[in-house]
Design a protein around this ligand. Structure first.
Ligand code: TXA
Ligand code: MG
Length: 319
C-alpha cells in the first residue's frame, strides 16, 4: 500500500529509481514519473490502465527548462507562459528529440506545464529530469483532488503519494495548442476562458469530442462515476425520484430528492468554490447507496464552463 507523506526526498528517491509516485498540483493530483525515461512512462500507462495513444503532460519548474524540451514558443504561447506559469495551463508545443515518443504518443508536439504547488515545485527543482504526470485516476474515472483519493484507487500499485493537501483549483489545467501561431483551446480547465482572452485576445475553442480527438480528455465519456449521472439544464426538474436518487447541485437542492442524498457545490453560488468541490463530491455520491444521480448545469461563465464540460462527460445522455 502506498505511503502518504510530505517527504520530498522520499518522492525524489522513488522517481530517480524509475518508479512512479502520486504528486499534488493546484489542479488535480498527478501520477508522476521521469518523462525522459521510457520505462517510467510505460509504468504510468500501465498503473493508470491508460491507452498508449493518449499522450502525457510534461511538468517542469521554469521557462528556462521548458526550452530543453521544446524547440520554440509561438508569440501567444510566450505571453501566456510568462503571465500564467506557474499555473493551471498546459501548452502544446513542438517537441525536441530528447522527449521520448512514448511520452507524446508519437505526436510531434509535447504538452508542457509548470504547476503551481510549493511541494511539487520544490520536487521538480531538485530533479534533473521533468515529470510526466497524467491525473492520478484509473483511465476514464474521476480525477483525484486529495492524496487519499490517489491512495484509494492506485495505492496498491505505487510506493508513495506526496501529500500537498486538497487541490486549490480542483479541475485539470486548460490545454491550448497553436496552429499557424493561432491559439486553440483543446480542453477547458482551471484557467478561465475570460482570463485567457484578456491576455491574448479571442481563442478558438475546440473541446468537442470527435472520433479522433486531439486530446482524449475530449472524449465524450470521461471523468465518469460508476452510477448514471443525468445532467439537467437550470430550468429542468428531475423525474421518477425515490429514496435512492441523489443529486449534485450548484447552490440550491432539488425539491423531491432526499436532502441527505444531495451535495451542494457552492451554497453561495460561487463557481470557483464549485469547481474545487466537483470531483470530491462526485466521488462521494458514487460511494453512497444511490441508483442514479441528477446534476444541474452551472452558469456558463468563468470556471462554470469547465465544470459543465466535466459534468457533461460524466453524464449519460437520457434518463
Ligand atoms: O491539470 C492537469 O493537467 C493534470 C495535472 C496532474 O497536471 N494533468 C492531467 O493530465 O490532467 P491528463 O493526462 O489526465 O490529461 C492530459 C490531456 C490528455 O487528454 C491528453 O490527451 C492531452 O492532455 N495531451 C497531452 N499531450 C498532448 C499533445 N501533444 N497533443 C494533444 N493533446 C495532448
Ligand atoms: Mg485525466
Amino acid at each position: 500500500m502506498a505511503h502518504i507523506g510530505t517527504d520530498i526526498s522520499a518522492a525524489k528517491a522513488f522517481l530517480e529509481a524509475g518508479d512512479v509516485v502520486g504528486m499534488p498540483t493546484e489542479t488535480v493530483y498527478g501520477l508522476a514519473g521521469n518523462a525522459l525515461n521510457p520505462d517510467a512512462v510505460l509504468r504510468i500507462f500501465s498503473v493508470k490502465n491508460r491507452p498508449a495513444f493518449d499522450p502525457l503532460i510534461v511538468h517542469t519548474d521554469s521557462l528556462e527548462k521548458v526550452f530543453r524540451y521544446v524547440t520554440h514558443l509561438p508569440e501567444p504561447a510566450r505571453k501566456l507562459a510568462e503571465s500564467v506559469w506557474p499555473g493551471p495551463l498546459t501548452l502544446l508545443l513542438p517537441k525536441r528529440d530528447l522527449v521520448p515518443d512514448l511520452t507524446t504518443s508519437g505526436l510531434d508536439t509535447v504538452a508542457v506545464r509548470i504547476p503551481n504547488h510549493p511541494l511539487t515545485l520544490a520536487l521538480l527543482r531538485s530533479l534533473d529530469f521533468p515529470l510526466a504526470a497524467p491525473s492520478a485516476n484509473p483511465f476514464g474515472y474521476i480525477s483525484p483532488t486529495t492524496a487519499q483519493h490517489v491512495a484509494d484507487q492506485l495505492g496498491d500499485q505505487i510506493p508513495y503519494v506526496l501529500d500537498g493537501g486538497p487541490c486549490g483549483i480542483g479541475l485539470e489545467s486548460t490545454i491550448i495548442g497553436f496552429e499557424n501561431e493561432q491559439p486553440t483551446v483543446y480542453r477547458l480547465g482551471g484557467m478561465a476562458l475570460e482570463q485567457l482572452t484578456a491576455l491574448i485576445g479571442p481563442l478558438t475553442v475546440r473541446d468537442h469530442s470527435t472520433s479522433n480527438p486531439k486530446a482524449p480528455g475530449m472524449l465524450s465519456s470521461h471523468y465518469a462515476p460508476r452510477k448514471p449521472v443525468y445532467l439537467l439544464d437550470p430550468h429542468e426538474q428531475p423525474t421518477g425520484m425515490d429514496e435512492q436518487t441523489g443529486a449534485l447541485v450548484f447552490s440550491e437542492p432539488f425539491l423531491g430528492i432526499p436532502i441527505q442524498n444531495q451535495l451542494v457545490l457552492s451554497p453561495s453560488g460561487n463557481v470557483i468554490e464549485a469547481a474545487k468541490n466537483l470531483f470530491a463530491y462526485l466521488r462521494q455520491l458514487d460511494q453512497m447507496t444511490l441508483t442514479r444521480i441528477y446534476a444541474k448545469r452551472l452558469p456558463n461563465e468563468g470556471l462554470g464552463r469547465a465544470v459543465n464540460d466535466r459534468l457533461k462527460r460524466a453524464s449519460v445522455t437520457t434518463p
